[in-house]
Design a protein around this ligand. Structure first.
Ligand code: BDR
Ligand code: CA
Length: 328
């Protein structure tokens, strides 16, 4: 069973990714760490707990991480995710103190003890802090899957940059560098593939038919996000980036990509841009696997069959769901 740590900034699409991970029996989730991104890390930790309560997995520990990027002022994304980070659903808080151990301490202690993969769904601040202190521990991470960056697709918070890497570009740069030094590859689940994953009102209604309770939860947290997409992109539906990173971790055949050396720009108008050397100008050993294609219908089937339950409590089987062309 792969051991994983989920590093995230919930965040509406992070919440959906946590639902998927929590419902995946083949994952051993050692802990969830939060980082300031969509919302401050402490609010994100409370949101993670709300999602774990919904998923019936309140035992998974949540550690609060870095409150600000490594070197620059913090800019949240509450315009996209709401004042509470969960689409202004204002779900009741889960009572109880958080562990005194910080996210970075938890990551260090865990990786000293055992190997664990990391699925990163927010800015890479926690991981960069860890690797600045303990670069040796990257060898204890079998897979580092990061939702962030973009190759051919345009940015989502500047013409060229995706939010997670734009928010803390030094952290993103450091993580790609540390992977290069260790001869490893960061698996980059960027906007080229996540933009294909759209939650439409039709899909939402379909979810409610199959599992009214989970469907109602997803509707509650995504309404704000749907409105945001209509206002800014004139699309009916919302792009849900983060669950694809979890689905790809579990089922790599859902995406395709190529190996390349990648660097991150940290300054000026290109801040946060991933510079992917797809033509091998630099003749450097690849430090990344860049995803470029995904099977959106296959993802939806995988996602829905994992998170939705029948009235008897068992999960829907993938083959019991609608035709692939309808799901895509
Ligand atoms: C990423 O930024 C956040 O707003 C989302 O949660 C996702 O991780 C997409 O650019
Ligand atoms: Ca996120």
């Amino acid at each position: 069973m792969p051991k994983v740590i989920l590093d995230c900034d919930p965040g509406i699409d992070d919440a959906l990714a946590l639902l998927l991970a929590a419902a995946s029996p083949e994952l051993e989730i050692l802990g969830i760490t939060t980082v300031s991104g969509n919302v401050p890390a402490d609010m994100g930790a409370q949101n993670a707990r709300k999602v774990l309560r919904q998923a019936g997995r309140p035992e998974i520990p949540v550690y609060i991480g870095e409150m600000a990027p490594l070197e620059i002022p913090y800019v949240d994304a509450m315009d996209t995710h709401g004042r509470d980070g969960l689409g202004e659903s204002f779900l009741p808080e889960v009572p109880g103190p958080f562990p005194e151990t910080s996210a970075v301490e938890f990551l260090e202690e865990t990786l000293e003890r055992e190997e664990a993969s990391i699925i990163a769904l927010g800015p890479l601040t926690n991981l960069a802090r860890l690797f600045r202190k303990r670069p040796d521990l990257v060898r204890r991470v079998p897979r580092l899957v990061s939702m962030g960056g973009n190759f051919r697709s345009h940015g989502n918070c500047s013409p060229v940059a995706e939010y997670n890497y734009w928010c803390d570009p030094e952290a993103a740069r450091d993580c790609f560098q540390v992977m290069a030094e260790a001869g490893k590859k960061l698996e980059m689940v960027g906007l080229d593939v996540t933009r294909k994953i759209v939650l439409t009102p039709n899909l939402l209604s379909y979810m409610e038919r199959l599992d009214p309770e989970t469907g109602a939860f997803v509707r509650k947290i995504t309404g704000f996000y749907l409105d945001f997409h209509w206002e800014y992109e004139r699309i009916i539906g919302c792009v849900i980036n983060d669950p694809l990173a979890v689905a790809y971790f579990l089922e790599p055949s859902l995406c395709r990509g190529f190996d390349s050396f990648t660097a991150v720009e940290t300054q000026g108008i290109c801040r946060g841009q991933t510079v992917v050397d797809s033509m091998d100008f630099w003749k450097k050993q690849p430090n990344s696997h860049i995803l470029t294609e995904t099977n959106a219908g296959g993802f939806q089937r995988f996602f829905l069959s994992r998170i939705l339950r029948k009235p008897d409590g068992t999960h829907w089987k993938p083959e019991e769901l609608a035709r692939p062309e309808w799901l895509a």
